[in-house]
Design a protein around this ligand. Structure first.
Ligand SMILES: *[C@@H]1O[C@H](CO)[C@@H](O)[C@H](O)[C@H]1NC(C)=O
Ligand SMILES: *[C@@H]1O[C@H](CO)[C@@H](O)[C@H](O)[C@H]1NC(C)=O
Length: 313
């Protein structure tokens, strides 16, 4: 009997995402985090995305200079809204009746969708992101990723997503599961290299990423939202700050195999052939984040040279 770490979920953020005209496919995007005092100019950042063949860019909050630089580029952009703005966005139209988080999130999504429709961007999808972290215990993916405390929020959010056809954005970090329990979770399993798959009922898992994604699909099915599709809003591997779990080698292996896996279009054991876009976290190392691993998720140094060879630029 295979043993799984319980994939517990925490709603760390409920950032709103505008996934602009983002088709459901197997594109690889990269998050452009901006917590650095030495990052390249917006124009140079856009050039680097283009040069490296990255056609999706995710921005955590609107920034006029970057949006200007993106004009006329072929990049597709996913744009976040600051969490702190969420409540006021939700309250612009109707007062939240019971103060529940779900009310804010769903109402905020509705208000943003209305605003976007009103300026003619009707193809734009509005969604929210859900942070999936790997913590504690031993349930299989089929048990589902939504803990009791988030079920009601997710029911509300997914009923909106089903109406609009927008995907749910999920952040999936096998790194954290592995680094917090390297005894039970093998590096090979976390980095798509295992030769010893983990079995859950009829399904066989050859990597932790699929197991985590399937725990979300299973949870969605349990609340009657099995038709909600996913975008992976964040995943990645830090290169330093928590050795030996962090290293350039591990980060390169994880991201290289991730890209190959996603682009194969195979989907996951629970949803074979179901494709989704994935955003790697992150474009640059960011020196204004807390010290340690937080500063070391970048594919590139701020001077735009690669931290490790991943993309052909
Ligand atoms: C899910 O989508 C499929 C295909 O579009 C449809 O046949 C099915 O009824 C949907 N299921 C639910 C629960 O809405
Ligand atoms: C997935 O695609 C493959 C290749 O096209 C096909 O043989 C297989 O039946 C598909 N599986 C499902 C569940 O659709």
């Amino acid at each position: 009997m295979a043993s799984f770490r319980r994939i517990r979920t925490i709603l760390l953020t409920f950032a709103l995402i505008l996934a602009m005209q983002m088709s459901f496919s197997t594109s690889i995007g990269v998050n452009f985090g901006r917590n650095g005092d030495n990052l390249p100019t917006p124009q140079n950042v856009v050039s680097l995305y283009n040069k490296c063949g990255i056609n999706l860019l995710r921005l955590f909050e609107p920034n006029p200079d970057i949006l200007e630089a993106l004009k006329g580029s072929n990049l597709q952009v996913s744009l976040g809204v600051r969490n702190g703005d969420m409540q006021s966005l939700a309250l612009t139209k109707e007062a939240a009746t019971n103060g529940a988080e779900a009310t804010y999130v769903t109402q905020a999504m509705k208000n943003i969708k209305d605003a976007i429709n009103s300026i003619g961007l009707t193809n734009t999808k509005v969604t929210t992101s859900f942070y999936l972290s790997g913590l504690a215990t031993s349930y299989p993916p089929s048990a589902g990723a939504f803990t009791n405390d988030v079920v009601n929020v997710m029911k509300d959010v997914t009923s909106y997503l089903l109406q609009t056809g927008a995907p749910l954005m999920v952040n999936v970090y096998p790194y954290y599961s592995y680094a917090s329990n390297p005894k039970d979770i093998k590096l090979e399993y976390a980095t798509f290299q295992t030769t010893n798959p983990v079995v859950d009922g009829d399904l066989s898992y050859s990597n932790l990423f699929d197991a985590m994604v399937d725990s979300v699909y299973a949870a969605l099915e349990k609340i009657g939202a099995g038709n909600v599709s996913l975008i992976i809003g964040e995943t990645g591997w830090p290169t330093a700050g928590n050795e030996p779990y962090t290293s350039k080698e591990n980060a390169e292996t994880y991201n290289k195999n991730l890209i190959q896996h996603v682009q194969s279009g195979k989907g996951t054991p629970r949803k074979p052939n179901q494709t989704f876009n994935v955003f790697i976290f992150a474009m640059f190392n960011e020196d204004e984040k807390p010290g340690g691993i937080e500063q070391n998720w970048g594919l590139f140094y701020p001077n735009m040279s690669p931290v490790y060879p991943l993309l052909s630029c």
